[in-house]
Design a protein around this ligand. Structure first.
Ligand code: ADP
Ligand code: MG
Length: 700
């Protein structure tokens, strides 16, 4: 029985036994033969690509050497200890350095033995240095020239039990002959054929012990494909089932309010992108399907107007709507921009936030339940149980990154029939990420700015040119404009950061003194009232300069501000820099962004700054961000489980993501319930995987 062999407890494998079995389970989550089979090497040593020490040329590139370690010692004060080893081949010496795991490494390195070393070489004191290199004892018997040797992740505890990379390799050698004849089919013969895949058997043989690099590539391709295929399949199926199950309110008519606003109050022509997006919404809404959509659009692309039009559509069809923002300032701003329109249209909108007085709250609650109120704008306060709508038809959520999954789910429950959900974000998400991560949301994109916008000029300046930058600030203010100066604030170095902020503030005030200038300051440690006061002074133009931490990042709208100076810009992430820059360029004037840094920049820091200087395109920036940081960091750790691929990489495998998505869609059109013969193995594999993974069906 194939089933039994693959599910055999790992303890029974030759070379394991109960003790090693325990460690494999606790350290690597390997319980069965199948689990071990799916524990892939992360790298392969190719004997033929080893070079000599005197052939190392380019710093910061990975190389493989064959060296003897002849000396190892601990250096530095107790709290900043490092382990330094010296190694050589017949052409020269190199230095190896470790900052972590010192005790373990020191005790496991064998002096005088020959090692295969793999790592990035950096020049230091005229020597090539390797920080935390990978080391493998060279074993002449097993590795003939040209063979690819698998390297598995191991660790201190595993090593203690003889399960270093080589130990795991030996287990795989014992395992493969037992199981290769009994592997489950995972894909349909059709898909295997159109993709020209290796068989499962060849795939697993070559992922562990590649016969050559071309077969290895093919094995990796199949396994990556399967990872992406099954994730998208389960996401897409969930979307279909939710669709079928959940009926949505039908917004059949485009009525008086929508038309009145569109023809008489809008004051400008919608961009083609805005029109396209509204059409997409109307298609969902008109069909009585439940809409669950993500609207992406760069800062200033006109998402809010689109939201207002959608809200009017809901009202035209007899429903209420709500608009939820992540901060009070933003909620206020939305309210202020919507209220005048609603007044003209004869509609009623209220604002609900933490600082609304109890007396006023009660009125809002009543008006909401009686249906008197058409739209409620607010913060998290909207989610409270006391807030009951008469018939909530549409919930718009602005800047979704700040809202958790659970909060969105709460909105669903405000009615017996869930309202349509429109999530808006100004943080563009790369297509590949959106497709996999938001597989259950439909995505609309506004990829065009309203006409007449001048693109923001971005430059990079070193701290040493601060005087010139101050002069430029003065020039802008003389033209009647306003200026932001933003400082980083990171929790780990909070104290230092506040000091930098206050020092900076003082030097700005010294350069721009009263009575000619007024400088505002806003940061997270201020009382809400003080913060509000300072904000209001800047918004109303009473102060010309706003010194702030990233609290201003989200959504603040001061069209007269034309200059954004970002201090220590190298410390910000790309998407944060882009968000900050979006605070200017909102008016008719030419706007500028100055990125200040010191002289010393890391490679990544340099790339971030260069990217910002080169482009204003949020999607391009998001793609670059994905390449630099990886998907887990971008989406936050909270939900990154979805993206835990063993081999696939959303940043590098964009094409494969597209291809698998296409294949999934084609399959589900032919066979939505996976009941046809061709889907037999796919369905089985999907069920097997769904038992292993958490259920993500409630993401929105
Ligand atoms: P977002 O929310 O995407 O950052 P907004 O909806 O706040 O953008 O729009 C930014 C500014 O552009 C607003 O002042 C808005 O009135 C204006 N705007 C939106 N759409 C258009 C358009 N099609 N033509 C001209 N101005 C527009
Ligand atoms: Mg906005």
């Amino acid at each position: 029985m194939q089933h039994d062999i693959l599910n055999t407890s790992i303890d029974y494998l030759k070379g394991v036994g109960p003790k090693r079995g325990e460690v494999l389970k606790s350290e690597l989550g390997i319980y069965t033969y199948l689990d071990l089979l799916h524990y892939f090497p992360f790298r392969y040593i190719d004997r033929s690509s080893t070079i000599k020490v005197n052939q190392i040329q380019v710093p910061n590139t990975a190389v493989q050497l064959s060296v003897v370690i002849y000396d190892i010692e601990e250096l530095g004060p107790p709290r900043r200890k490092r382990l330094v080893a010296h190694a050589r081949d017949e052409t020269g010496d190199v230095v190896l350095v470790w900052f972590k795991g010192i005790k373990w490494i020191k005790s496991s390195v064998e002096i005088g033995k020959k090692y295969v070393l793999y790592g990035k070489a950096n020049e230091y004191n005229n020597m090539w240095n390797f920080n935390h290199p990978e080391l493998e004892l060279e074993d002449k018997n097993k590795n003939k020239m040209g063979e690819l040797q698998p390297i598995y992740h191991s660790g201190e505890k595993l090593t203690k039990f003889g399960l270093h990379s080589r130990g795991i390799e030996n287990l795989q050698r014992n395992l493969l002959p037992l199981v290769l004849g009994y592997l489950n089919q995972t894909l349909s013969p059709e898909l295997e054929k159109i993709n020209a895949f290796l068989s499962n058997k060849e795939t697993f043989k070559n992922i562990h012990f590649p016969q050559n690099s071309s077969l290895l590539k093919k094995a990796i391709l199949r396994l990556k494909y399967e990872e992406l295929f099954f994730l998208q399949l389960s996401m897409t199926r969930q979307k279909i089932t939710t669709r079928r199950k959940v009926e949505g309110f039908k917004f059949e008519i485009v009525g008086q309010y929508f038309n009145d606003f569109y023809h008489h109050h809008l004051g400008f022509e919608l961009t083609n992108a805005q029109k396209k997006v509204i059409k997409e919404f109307r298609k969902d809404l008109g069909l009585g399907k439940h809409m669950n959509r993500l609207l992406q659009g760069d800062v200033g692309s006109g998402k809010t107007i689109v939201a207002i039009l959608t809200i009017l559509l809901a009202i035209d069809n007899g429903f209420q709507a709500c608009l939820m923002a992540p901060t009070e300032i933003l909620a206020n701003q939305h309210y202020d921009s919507i209220q005048p329109y609603f007044q003209k249209l004869g509609l009623k909108v209220s604002l609900l936030s933490g600082s609304v007085k109890k007396k006023d709250r009660v009125v809002i609650h009543e008006d909401l339940e009686s249906g008197e109120l058409n739209l409620l704008v607010g913060t998290h306060a909207l989610l409270e149980d006391k807030v009951k709508f008469q018939n909530l038809g549409l919930a718009v959520i602005d800047e979704q990154h700040r809202f958790g999954v659970a909060q969105r789910a709460k909105l669903w429950k405000k009615n017996s029939c869930p309202p349509h959900i429109l999530v808006m974000t100004a943080t563009p998400i790369p297509r590949t990420l959106a497709m996999t991560f938001y597989g259950d949301l439909d995505v609309s994109v506004i990829d065009e700015l309203p006409p007449g916008r001048k693109s923001i000029k971005t430059v990079h300046r070193f701290d040493s040119s601060r005087l010139k930058v101050f002069q430029f600030i003065e020039d802008e203010i003389k033209l009647g404009r306003q200026v932001y100066i933003v400082y980083p604030l990171i929790e780990e170095s909070e104290k230092m950061d506040y000091k930098d902020l206050m020092d900076g503030y003082e030097s700005v005030v010294r350069r721009f003194p009263l009575p000619d200038y007024t400088v505002s300051i806003v940061h997270g440690k201020m009382k809400p009232n003080d913060k509000e006061f300072e904000m209001e002074r800047f918004v109303s133009g009473k102060s010309q300069i706003m010194v702030a931490t990233t609290v201003i990042e989200v959504g603040v709208n001061v069209p007269n501000a034309s200059l954004m100076v970002i201090e220590s810009a190298e410390r910000f992430g790309l998407s944060q820099l882009h968000q900050l820059r979006g605070r200017v360029g909102r008016g008719a004037d030419q706007s500028y962004c100055i990125l200040m840094t010191g002289f010393k920049l890391s490679e990544d820091g340099k790339t971030r700054i260069e990217t910002m200087v080169r482009t204003n395109d949020g999607f391009e920036i998001a793609e670059q961000d994905l390449r630099l940081r990886g998907p887990g960091d971008i989406m936050g750790t909270q939900q990154s489980g979805v993206l835990d691929f063993k081999l696939a990489d959303l940043a590098k495998d964009a094409q494969l993501v597209q291809l698998t998505k296409q294949h999934v869609d084609e399959l589900l059109i032919r066979d939505p319930d996976l009941v046809l013969k061709e889907s037999f193995f796919i369905r089985k594999e999907l069920i097997r995987q769904s038992k292993l993974k958490p259920n993500w069906s409630n993401i929105s």
